[in-house]
Design a protein around this ligand. Structure first.
Ligand SMILES: Nc1ncnc2c1ncn2[C@@H]1O[C@H](COP(=O)(O)OP(=O)(O)OP(=O)(O)O)[C@@H](O)[C@H]1O
Ligand code: SF4
Ligand SMILES: [Mg+2]
Length: 324
């Protein structure tokens, strides 16, 4: 297994204005806090966690859409943390993003051809533009005549196909799929997930696939990383993570995946581990283990010392004092 992209101790702090008119001050919101994570070539790494835990920020840091406050980002063995100008543009060709909202992400006044071809135009790579647009549209299951139409003429699923075509036209190696199906009807979600999987095979893509519940990434992921309040708390191969989660937060997330069959629901032992309580503010995260205010297993040590990330089994990383 070869690592394609890697974050080493990466952080992103956002300056946030707090206080009223008289006592205004600027504080740091630690959206991503010293995170180390790698994505292997040709795999899909699922990234899961509740809203606001920093998933999108981490995805954008990896592809240099956002500058990091600290840490190192490596892509294909090169340090890309500080690249600027042409060198940054060059590496960015290889790293693209598919957004959650297929309505908001597409400019309503541009034709599909202009939307899909825009990355080519930005990179000054306009030879055979129309042919390449038609070709990528057919890969995502859209007819050539879609080129002259506008986004509002398409359904949500078709719009997401347009977003995917736009992300793939530069033939990237790494794609961040930032909740690409969360805004779609359940009936359409599987079609888009299957399409992304087919395209991964055809184009040799590596994915970071972001979702807020473990149900969505179960099908597509090779490994899964779980994030809580700016920290990665557990990473494991998919089967291991779902069968034997070692972090209480992961167990809570699994218990929170909706169970469709009532008989299963009654039996579910995991039910009792379901997540409760509010997510603390990232502006003022809890001391020690950030999960201690909601953790059913918390003991005194948890509020005092931050748990180190330990490798409990090959490839199974957990940040919990009592993971055993
Ligand atoms: N530009 C910004 N300025 C200040 N705070 C921000 C900014 N962008 C994000 N945040 C904050 O950083 C934290 C992480 O946000 P992020 O969007 O990365 O989370 P997320 O896990 O993707 O959430 P969601 O599931 O809602 O998409 C949140 O507390 C959010 O409010
Ligand atoms: S370190 Fe303590 S609070 Fe944190 S997850 Fe483990 S048991 Fe729970
Ligand atoms: Mg997000």
């Amino acid at each position: 297994m070869k690592v394609l992209i890697e974050a080493v101790g990466v952080s992103k702090y956002y300056p946030v204005e707090t206080g009223g008119f008289l006592r205004r001050s600027t504080r740091s919101l630690r959206a991503v806090d010293t995170v180390s994570l790698s994505v292997n070539e040709s795999e899909t790494l699922g990234l899961v966690g509740e809203s606001g835990c920093g998933k999108s920020t981490l995805g954008r840091l990896l592809i240099r859409l956002l500058p990091a406050t600290g840490g190192t980002i490596r892509f294909a063995d090169a340090d890309i943390t500080a690249l600027q100008g042409k060198a940054l543009r060059d590496v960015r060709r290889s790293m693209q993003i598919v957004f959650q909202d297929p309505y908001g992400a597409l400019n309503p006044r541009m034709t599909v051809e202009d939307i899909v071809a825009e990355p080519l135009a930005i990179h000054g790579d306009t030879a055979n533009l129309s042919t390449r647009v038609t070709e990528i549209l057919s890969h995502v299951g859209l007819p050539a005549r879609a080129r002259e139409r506008f986004p509002h003429e398409f359904s949500g699923g078709q719009r997401q196909r347009i977003g995917i075509a736009r992300a793939l036209i530069l033939r990237p190696k790494f794609v961040v799929c930032d909740e690409p199906v969360s805004a779609l009807d359940v009936s359409v979600q599987a079609q888009i997930v299957n399409l992304l999987q087919d395209l991964q095979g055809e184009f040799g893509l590596t994915y970071l696939f972001i979702a807020h519940d473990l149900g969505v990434v179960k099908h597509i992921s090779t490994r899964v990383a779980v994030m809580y309040l700016g920290k990665i708390v557990e990473v494991a191969p998919k089967a291991t993570l779902y069968a034997t989660p070692k972090h209480p937060y992961t167990a809570g997330l699994i218990a929170s995946v909706p169970v469709t069959h009532p008989s299963q629901r009654a039996k579910s032992r995991a039910e009792r581990r379901r997540l409760t309580g509010d997510i603390p503010s990232a502006l003022d995260p809890p001391s020690g283990c950030r999960f201690h205010t909601r953790c059913p297993m918390a003991r005194a040590l948890c509020g005092e010392a931050e748990p180190a990330t330990r490798e409990l089994a090959p490839g199974h990383l957990v940040a919990c004092h009592f993971a055993e």
